[in-house]
Design a protein around this ligand. Structure first.
Ligand SMILES: *[C@@H]1O[C@H](CO)[C@@H](O)[C@H](O)[C@H]1NC(C)=O
Ligand SMILES: *[C@@H]1O[C@H](CO)[C@@H](O)[C@H](O)[C@H]1NC(C)=O
Length: 211
């Protein structure tokens, strides 16, 4: 007969197993994906650094190339692990997450806000890999970034990854600046000035009447 305790133990073990599978951390998986971006090689993540390629937030394009390092994982390894998809993610540089808790790094991949934005999910896996051209929009914050590419199995579990940190490094997003922003600022300053002038005239008139 299965005692209550054994039952409880099994339940805890089961929860434990699913916990492990759901909470994959970067350190749990190998780095065997080779990733490059078609940007100048730049390892200086400070915004405005000379070597950084500037990509416009609005309509700017980024090409990411990725493949599997087949020395690290041969075809037998690929089959046994169940490599099925690539996922391409955009990551803020360490400098671009400073003092921004909403971009906080988490070791657990699914909770990591540093690499939150997925540029493309579920690209069919081949060892030769492929190329992704991504077009940004005006919502993309100005910051320095790198790219991480993951491999996944059929269940969407992360199997391995690679970043541009050892290949092409960082690039910068040049933030969207609406043209009429300057005009709006100008108009605001003008109306502020005219209010000051009005007050000035009023005070002046008042004083002249008194004298
Ligand atoms: C990226 O892949 C595309 C398409 O295969 C290729 O034309 C391009 O030369 C590659 N870029 C680099 C830097 O390898
Ligand atoms: C590919 O993996 C092998 C074995 O782990 C490693 O020695 C080699 O440096 C890797 N190649 C690249 C380009 O990272």
């Amino acid at each position: 007969m299965v005692s209550f305790n054994t039952y409880n133990f099994l339940l805890v073990a089961l929860v434990g197993v699913s916990f492990v599978q759901c909470n994959i951390e970067y350190d749990d998986i190998p780095t065997n994906v080779l990733v490059t971006t078609e940007t100048a090689h730049c390892f200086d993540e400070a915004r405005g650094a000379q070597c950084l390629t500037q990509v416009k937030a609005e309509g700017g394009k980024l090409t990411v190339n990725f493949s599997l390092n087949t020395t690290a994982c041969d075809s037998e390894c690929q089959t046994s692990k169940g490599y099925k998809y690539y996922q391409v993610k955009l990551c803020f540089s360490d400098k671009s997450i400073e003092e921004r808790p909403w971009r906080k790094h988490k070791d657990e991949i699914k909770k990591d806000k540093q690499c939150k934005k997925s540029l493309k999910d579920d690209i069919e896996f081949t060892a030769e890999g492929g190329s992704l051209e991504y077009e940004f929009d005006d919502a993309q914050p100005g910051a320095t970034y790198y790219v991480t590419v993951f491999t996944k199995n059929n269940d969407g579990d992360y199997l391995s990854y690679g970043t541009t940190l050892g290949s092409t490094g960082y690039f910068e997003i040049d933030p969207y600046q609406p043209v009429d922003d300057g005009l709006k600022t100008g108009a605001a300053i003008m109306s502020a000035i005219s209010i000051v002038i009005l007050i000035g005239c009023f005070v002046n008139e008042h004083q002249q009447k008194k004298e």
